[in-house]
Design a protein around this ligand. Structure first.
Ligand SMILES: Nc1ncnc2c1ncn2[C@@H]1O[C@H](COP(=O)(O)OP(=O)(O)OP(=O)(O)O)[C@@H](O)[C@H]1O
Ligand SMILES: [Mg+2]
Length: 250
C-alpha cells in the first residue's frame, strides 16, 4: 500500500550567531493510510519543526517530503493543532470555528451546524459566545481541536494537544479523538501526533517514531502490539510503555 506521506532523509540546518547548527540530521519515516503515528523525542529535537515541514510552513534544508495523493482513500486536507493554539481574540468560540469551516463550506447555516457539532464534541457547549480571553488554556486547546476536526481533514497533525489539559480532561479528549478516528465514516483517517507522554503514545498509536536528541535522527520505530480498544492498566500495557522508555534512553 502507498503511504500517505514519506519523509526521506529530511534535515534542517540553520545559522545562529554565525554558526551553522544542525537541528535535524536525517529523519526518514512513512505514514500509511488510517494510521495513528506518534513522534516522541527530547525537547528541542525538532518535532514541531517536522510538523511544520509536513505542512509546508518550513522547508527542509535537505531531503524530501513526498505526498502520495493516489492512495486508496484519496487525499484531502491537512489540519493542525499547534502546541500553542492561536485563536482570533476578537472572535467568539463559534466564530473562530466557523471561520475555518468557511474554507470548505459555503452554506452559512450548514457552517453553523457543523461548528456547533464540533464545539459540543470537545465539551464546550455553553461557551459558543465566549471570547478566547474568557477561556482557560485547556479550553482554548479544545477550541483549536474543534477547529482542526471541523474541516474533516484526511490528515490531522497534533503537537502535544493534551499537555495543557488536566488529567481527566486529557483522558476524556483522547478517548473522543480515538472514537472519531476509529469510526470509518468520519475523518480524520490518518493522524500524526507529537507527544512527550509515553503512556499517551502507547495508548493511542499504531506506531511510535522515537527521535534522538539534536542533531536528531530516528532511533527506532516501535509498532504497538496491543489490541484496541486499549486497556491502559494491565501488565501488557505497562510492559509496552517500559519497552518504549528503554528504547528512548538507549
Ligand atoms: N525559526 C527557527 N529558526 C531557527 N531555529 C529554530 C527555529 N525554530 C526552531 N528552531 C530550532 O530548532 C530546534 C527544534 O525546535 P522544535 O521546536 O522543532 O523542537 P521540539 O522537538 O518541538 O521541542 P519541544 O518538545 O520543546 O516542543 C531547536 O533547537 C530550535 O532552537
Ligand atoms: Mg515542539
Amino acid at each position: 500500500m502507498d503511504p500517505v506521506l514519506t519523509l526521506d532523509r529530511v534535515g534542517m540546518q540553520y545559522s545562529y550567531a554565525k554558526k551553522d547548527i544542525v537541528s535535524i540530521s536525517q529523519v526518514s519515516f512513512s505514514v500509511y493510510p488510517n494510521e495513528f503515528v506518534s513522534l516522541i523525542g527530547p525537547s528541542g529535537c525538532g518535532k514541531s519543526t517536522i510538523l511544520k515541514m509536513i505542512l509546508g510552513l518550513v522547508n527542509p534544508t535537505s531531503g524530501n517530503i513526498m505526498f502520495f495523493p493516489g492512495h486508496s482513500n484519496g487525499f484531502g486536507g491537512i489540519s493542525v493543532v499547534f502546541q500553542n493554539p492561536a485563536l482570533f481574540p476578537w472572535l467568539t468560540v463559534q466564530e473562530n470555528v466557523e471561520l475555518v469551516i468557511a474554507s470548505v463550506e459555503k452554506d452559512r447555516s450548514e457552517r453553523t451546524d457543523r461548528a456547533l457539532k464540533y464545539i459540543r464534541m470537545v465539551g464546550l457547549d455553553g461557551f459558543e459566545e465566549a471570547y478566547p480571553r474568557e477561556l482557560s488554556g485547556g479550553m482554548k486547546q479544545r477550541v483549536s481541536i474543534a477547529r482542526a476536526l471541523s474541516v474533516a481533514p484526511d490528515l490531522l497533525l497534533l503537537d502535544e494537544p493534551f499537555s495543557s489539559l488536566d488529567v481527566f480532561a486529557a483522558q476524556a479528549l483522547r478517548e473522543e479523538l480515538l472514537d472519531l478516528w476509529e469510526n470509518p465514516e468520519l475523518p480524520p483517517r490518518t493522524i500524526i501526533m507529537v507527544t512527550h507522554n509515553v503512556d499517551e503514545a502507547v495508548q493511542m498509536s499504531d506506531r511510535i517514531v522515537v527521535l534522538s536528541a539534536r542533531p536528531s535522527t530516528v532511533k527506532t520505530i516501535i509498532k504497538v502490539p496491543l489490541p484496541r480498544p486499549r486497556n491502559t492498566r494491565n501488565e501488557e500495557f505497562y510492559l509496552t510503555v517500559d519497552g518504549v522508555l528503554t528504547e528512548m534512553s538507549r
